[in-house]
Each structure stands twice: as structure tokens, then as C-alpha cells.
Design a binder for this molecule. Structure first.
Ligand SMILES: C[S@@+](CC[C@H](N)C(=O)[O-])C[C@H]1O[C@@H](n2cnc3c(N)ncnc32)[C@H](O)[C@@H]1O
Length: 192
């Protein structure tokens, strides 16, 4: 309940950055995580963990041979994450700086990215900036999974983002609607 209130409060302050009024459901989180090829993953990153709705399930899946970290721009979410999921390594930075974050950790390439970013709320310039930054760290054959709310799909920003994914990645699949999420959502599974 506190987590739901936190995300709602932050949404009211910055709707175009937070992009959600409630945390993702476990149905959406687990369906997205099922897409990752867990047998071969080495470096996994979560974009925009918020209050940790997806991170919680990510932490349950990562093995000893895998490295997971998260990048969250909103500083209000950091104490919530540290308190709730102390084992999650989180950087209070923008995904736009993901290359520098990886360099600082000595990581050349990332093989799996789970994104919670509100791409539909972003203007074109920010979509481009964050997608380019992503491509600079994602290994060839690496996976990028990101969700979008069903009601937002007809919007221009959402249609442009979908087109950019199809132009950018060698393979893009679109999931069935996850009705047991509020609001209902789909997700894109992309391979570089
Ligand atoms: C839609 S919420 C998703 C929260 C959580 N992953 C979930 O599914 O419930 C989007 C999150 O992305 C974060 N965010 C927005 N822009 C970001 C950026 N450039 N870099 C890192 N995080 C960002 C927001 O602060 C927010 O926590």
C-alpha cells in the first residue's frame, strides 16, 4: 500500500517521467521475465524500477553466475528500494548514462534489459536518446523487454516508439494483452 501511494504521489509530481499511477502486477512482471533466456544471461539491467514491482521477481530469478543492477532517475524511489530490496544494486542516474554506468563497473556488454520506462510519455528526442544509449550497451543478440499500456497504444508517441523498435532490433515480438495488470498492458520482446 505504501508502495502504491509512493508511485501515485511521484506520478502527480512528474507524470511524464513516472508514467504510472500504480506499480506493475506480478502477472506483467513474471510474463516479461519469462522472455529472458536465463540459461545464457550474464549482465542484466532493470530500467526504472520505481518501487521494485518487477525488481522483486528479477531478484528471485538471478543466479550466482549473473549480475543484476537497476537504474532509477527519481531519487524518491531510492530509499524505498534500499529498504524493501537491500540486495538490489541501484544507481540513481538516468538510463541515458547507461554506457558510463557500465564502464564504471567494468561491464562491456549487457545481455538482458527489462525496462519499466514510460516510453509513451517521452517526447521523440528523449526516446531517441535513451534508445541510442541502450544500443551502446546491449550485446549483439541481447534482449530488450519493455511494456506499454493498452490505452496508450493509439497515441503518436507509442506508435513512433513501436516503429523505432522494429527499425532498431532484428526481431520484435508483441505479447498478448496482460489483462491482470492495472491498467492492462502489452510488452515488446526485442532482440538486437
Ligand atoms: C512506469 S514507472 C515503472 C515502475 C516499476 N518498474 C513498475 O513497473 O511498477 C517508470 C519508472 O521509470 C523511471 N524513469 C523515468 N525516466 C527514467 C530515466 N531516464 N532513467 C531511469 N529511470 C527513469 C521513473 O522514475 C519511474 O520509476
Amino acid at each position: 500500500m505504501v508502495r502504491a501511494r509512493t508511485i501515485f504521489h511521484e506520478f502527480l509530481k512528474a507524470p511524464n517521467k513516472v508514467g504510472a499511477v500504480v506499480p506493475s502486477s506480478r502477472y506483467l512482471a513474471t510474463a516479461m521475465l519469462d522472455q529472458l533466456n536465463w540459461d545464457t544471461l550474464k549482465n542484466v539491467v532493470e530500467y526504472g524500477p520505481g518501487t521494485g514491482a518487477i525488481s522483486k521477481y528479477l531478484l528471485q530469478r538471478v543466479g550466482d553466475h549473473q549480475n543484476l543492477f537497476a537504474v532509477e532517475l527519481n531519487e524518491s524511489f531510492i530509499p524505498v528500494l534500499n529498504d524493501r530490496l537491500p540486495e538490489l544494486q541501484v544507481f540513481n542516474e538516468s538510463v541515458g548514462d547507461i554506457r558510463q554506468i557500465c564502464d564504471r563497473q567494468g561491464i562491456d556488454w549487457v545481455d538482458g534489459i527489462i525496462s519499466g520506462l514510460p516510453w509513451t510519455a517521452f517526447p521523440e528526442s528523449l526516446q531517441e536518446e535513451l534508445l541510442s544509449a541502450t544500443l551502446r550497451v546491449l550485446a549483439k543478440g541481447g534482449q530488450f523487454i519493455t511494456f506499454a499500456y493498452l490505452h496508450g497504444l493509439p497515441l503518436q508517441n507509442a506508435r513512433r516508439f513501436r516503429s523505432r523498435l522494429k527499425e532498431t532490433f532484428s526481431k520484435v515480438t508483441i505479447s498478448p494483452v496482460v489483462w491482470r495488470n492495472i491498467p492492462p498492458a502489452i510488452f515488446y520482446s526485442c532482440r538486437k
